[in-house]
Ligand binder design. Structure first.
Ligand code: UFG
Length: 345
């Protein structure tokens, strides 16, 4: 019997890649999404890539009414776990609209917990972020870092959601919880059929570079070249979204294989830092395009260097990232070339 997994936010950038990995791993998938920052076409393309038949429940998980709607839509079909990715994720917007972020990101988790109780499943993989560490920790970041001080409301919603799920396990040891702390997901499925489709001006480095490379934007702003790093630009742990997706399947397997409930916080990264200038050079190498850039002021809130200690993921999940920065750039570029205007183009 194949296991049936709910994927909230399954039509989004990371969700769509997770759905491919689940289908290819023999799971049945139900996507719960309100398509507020995603496109139904992504699900159609996932089905095409993996020859799947994803069931889609279109609803806003942050609304309490969604609980009963989802229960009815599932209609008694057994559920064996959830991967919870639904939520808002723009750091700047979260500073401007904190209440919206707390409402959406916290309520969607609380409502998912109710859904899981109703369908009788206690397995949840949560999409957390390295942002939970905040400032003041030493690289490589381990899961037992001393400071948990996210610097913005978005990051705090990630930390609070982790706490909610940890408390759930403390109250009832039957829950099986994995808080996966992503570093910087980039790249796309090698088919070029699914990838990141940011609305408006991209906030993040890779989508911005890709849009400059394809000619949609004139030049990249490099936010600071005076950091205490090897070339002065910010260093991050970029991870191929395909690796991230396989990490979710590994986490599900880990939770299902435990003889009792558990709660684990696990970094998903490569363990290697790449600077902004190195990322530009890699993208130029694989795309054979020049990426015009200018160095501007530091972006407020940015850290100099962030990369993961990935020991725990390898110990618990027997998982490690496979792809390097060139592969990330090559796959990101393929998606961008094939879909210059994203899913709606
Ligand atoms: N950068 C630029 N120019 C840009 C965009 C980014 O130079 O146009 C630089 C940043 O200063 C940083 C690096 O590229 O040094 C990466 O920036 P991103 O915005 O791509 O990624 P962040 O590390 O800032 O953000 C990521 C996630 C957030 C999360 C944060 C903290 O995108 O969701 O990590 O963990 F909150």
């Amino acid at each position: 019997m194949s296991l049936h997994i709910l994927v909230t936010g399954g039509a989004g950038y990371i969700g769509s890649h997770v759905c491919v990995a689940l289908l290819e791993g023999g799971y049945q998938v139900t996507v719960i999404d309100n398509f507020s920052n995603s496109h139904p076409e992504a699900v159609a393309r996932v089905n095409k890539i993996a020859d799947g038949a994803i069931n889609v429940i279109e609803t806003d998980l942050a609304d309490e009414g969604s609980i009963d709607f989802i229960r009815k839509e599932i209609g008694g079909r057994p559920v064996h776990g959830a991967i919870h990715l639904a939520g808002l994720k723009a750091v700047g917007e979260s500073v401007a609209k904190p209440a919206l972020y707390y409402h959406t990101n916290i309520n969607s988790t609380l409502n998912l917990i109710e859904v899981m109780r109703m369908v009788g499943s206690n397995t949840v993989v949560f999409s957390s972020s390295a942002t939970v560490y905040g400032e003041g920790n030493k690289n490589p970041l381990t899961e037992t870092a001393l400071n948990y001080m996210p610097t913005n409301p978005y990051g705090r919603t990630k930390l609070y959601n982790e706490n909610i799920l940890r408390d759930l396990y403390i109250a009832d040891n039957d829950w099986r919880i994995a808080n996966l702390r992503y570093f910087n997901p980039v790249g796309a499925h090698p088919s070029g059929l699914i990838g990141e489709d940011p609305q408006g001006i991209p906030n993040n480095l890779f989508p911005y570079i890709a849009q400059v490379a394809v000619g949609r934007r004139e030049k990249l702003s490099v936010f600071g070249s005076d950091y205490p790093t090897r070339d002065g630009s910010g260093v991050r742990d970029y991870i191929h979204v395909q690796d991230l997706a396989s990490g979710h399947v590994a986490a599900l397997q880990f939770l299902h294989n435990q003889s009792a409930g558990c709660s684990a916080d696990i970094n998903l990264g490569t363990g290697k830092g790449v600077s902004v200038f190195e990322a530009i050079a890699a993208f130029e190498r694989v795309s054979s395009r020049t990426i015009p850039f200018e160095v501007t002021a530091r972006r407020p809130g940015d850290l100099a260097e962030v990369y993961a200690d990935v020991t725990l993921a390898s110990q618990l999940l027997a998982w490690q990232a496979q792809y390097d920065i060139d592969q990330m750039c090559a796959d990101h570029w393929r998606w961008q070339m094939q879909n210059p205007a994203g899913y709606t183009g």
